[in-house]
Design a protein around this ligand. Structure first.
Ligand code: SF4
Ligand code: SF4
Length: 73
C-alpha cells in the first residue's frame, strides 16, 4: 500500500491527538519527519486502523514519534 492510498484510509482525523494543519495523513508511512503541528499525545487510535492491520504495523503515535520504519530502527 502506498502513501496516497493509505492517506485516504487513515483514521487519524478521528483521533483525540490529531490537529489538522493541512498535513498529508498516514504518518505511519512518512519517509521522513514527524507532524509539525501535533504535539500532545492524548490517545492514539492507530491500533484500530485498517492500514495498520493490513501492513502488520505494531507501533503507535506515528505523528509524534515517526513512521513504523523509523520507530523500528
Ligand atoms: S496506522 Fe495510524 S497513521 Fe497509519 S494510516 Fe492508520 S491511523 Fe493513519
Ligand atoms: S498517528 Fe496515532 S496519535 Fe497520531 S493522529 Fe494518528 S491516530 Fe492519533
Amino acid at each position: 500500500m502506498n502513501l496516497d492510498k493509505a492517506s485516504k484510509i487513515c483514521i487519524c482525523g478521528s483521533c483525540p491527538s490529531y490537529f489538522n494543519c493541512g498535513e498529508k495523513l498516514a504518518f505511519c508511512l512518512w519517509e521522513s519527519g514527524k507532524s509539525k503541528c501535533i504535539i500532545s499525545e492524548v490517545g492514539c487510535i492507530c491500533p484500530g486502523c485498517p492500514v495498520q492491520q493490513e501492513l502488520g504495523f505494531q507501533k503507535i503515535y506515528y505523528c509524534t514519534r515517526g513512521s513504523e520504519k523509523k520507530q523500528t530502527v
